[in-house]
Design a protein around this ligand. Structure first.
Ligand SMILES: Cc1ncc(C[n+]2csc(CCOP(=O)(O)OP(=O)(O)O)c2C)c(N)n1
Ligand SMILES: [Mg+2]
Length: 352
């Protein structure tokens, strides 16, 4: 997997911060580095999504495409407190989670192009990103599919006496599925290290959250399975980070699941085929005032932790990384016809 400069840098920052995490409050320099890192991660995701939108309209990316603009603070805040060995399971709006977990932008872009260098060998596309190296277990098109997978992974880790946890991202729409309830119940009953992260963006396709759920207090649902949890402003990256840190500390020390509801909003349509008749443009405009990237960069500037030049550098690095990933995907090869059915039908000759 090819690494860009930005990724290598973010991995270094991550490792340094992780080794001295508890010292952050005492060191202004470390704190500023962490803040820049969080901002850079969100900007990388936003620029990737903008480019994906453009490439889709040019038919370079085909199939389904669900973009994450507006929700970046959730993936970035949560991922910051996870270790590389922790598993992450996501749904189909998962480019941001994959990127924040450390999957290279090159391999994500190549996957969306359907090229062999893609993280799933070009066979999954946008909704099925998978990367063994970073323990990113997908990417799934089936709503709520990731929850039982997270429970299974956590059970395996527990049986293997490993300290890793399984973190599962899902939308408010998943809460109405049986798998949500079965997974919460078993994770609690078997005391499994699962971090359930519900990204409540108020809609599941065109269905408003309050028209779908009789009980809209999700913490009550979690509590009914004796799962502890918290609700957090999902547009505020440091609030998400702190809530995730509390959650992860609890999971690792108690070996029990935790439910984190992040209240957020998607700025774009559900997918590329959505006329958005279910919500008012004024509502989207209102939420955009709380754009997590805009709010955070303004806050850092107010606090003297960021200047125009630093912001421009972060922007241009992200832009460069995106352009490089497009070049990488363009130059990568398609699956040759001869191997097209590999992994589709059993191949006795190759498996011997
Ligand atoms: C089991 C299942 N039922 C229905 C669908 C169709 N579907 C695709 S996305 C979606 C909405 C899910 O919304 P949510 O979980 O809130 O995620 P968001 O799109 O808001 O990120 C639905 C119903 C599906 N993919 N899988
Ligand atoms: Mg939703």
């Amino acid at each position: 997997m090819a690494d860009s400069k930005t990724e290598t840098k973010s991995r270094e920052v991550n490792a340094q911060l992780k080794s001295g995490k508890r010292k952050q409050a005492g060191s202004g320099k470390d704190n500023a580095r962490l803040m820049h890192h969080l901002l850079a991660q969100m900007i990388r995701i936003r620029r990737l999504e903008e480019k994906s939108y453009e490439l889709y309209t040019r038919e370079k990316i085909r199939g389904f495409l669900h973009l994450y603009d507006g929700q970046e603070a959730v993936a970035v805040g949560v991922m910051e407190v996870l270790e590389r060995e922790d598993a992450v399971i996501a749904a189909y709006r998962e480019h941001g989670q994959a990127l924040a977990k450390g999957v290279s932008m090159n391999s994500i872009m190549a996957e969306m192009y359907g090229k062999t260098t893609g993280c799933s060998g070009g066979r999954g596309g946008s909704m099925h990103l998978y990367d063994k190296e970073t323990n990113f277990f997908g990417g799934s098109a089936i709503v709520a599919n990731g929850l039982p997978m997270a429970v299974g992974l956590a059970q395996a880790y527990k049986m293997q006496k490993r300290s890793s946890l399984a973190c599962c991202f899902f939308g408010d729409g998943a809460v109405g599925e049986g798998e949500f309830h079965e997974s919460m119940n078993l994770a609690s009953l078997w005391e499994l290290p699962v971090l359930f992260v519900c990204e409540n963006n108020l809609y599941s396709m065109g269905m408003p959250f309050e028209l779908a759920e009789a009980e809209t207090d999700l913490l009550k649902k979690a509590a009914s399975y004796r799962v502890e949890g918290e609700r957090v402003d999902g547009m505020d990256v440091t609030a998400v980070l702190e809530a995730a840190r509390k959650a992860v500390d609890y999971i690792r020390s108690e070996s029990k699941p935790w439910f984190l509801e992040c209240q957020t909003y998607r700025f774009r349509a559900h997918s590329m085929f959505d006329p958005e008749r279910y919500r008012d443009k004024s509502e989207v405009k209102e939420w955009k005032k709380r754009d997590p990237i805009k709010m955070f960069s303004e806050r850092l500037m107010d606090e003297g932790l960021l200047d125009e030049k630093q912001l421009a550098d972060i922007e241009s690095q992200a832009q460069q990384e995106v352009e490089e990933s497009v070049g990488y995907a363009e130059e990568s090869s398609d699956e040759p016809i001869e191997t097209l059915s590999r992994y589709v039908y059993s191949d006795m000759k190759n498996s011997e």
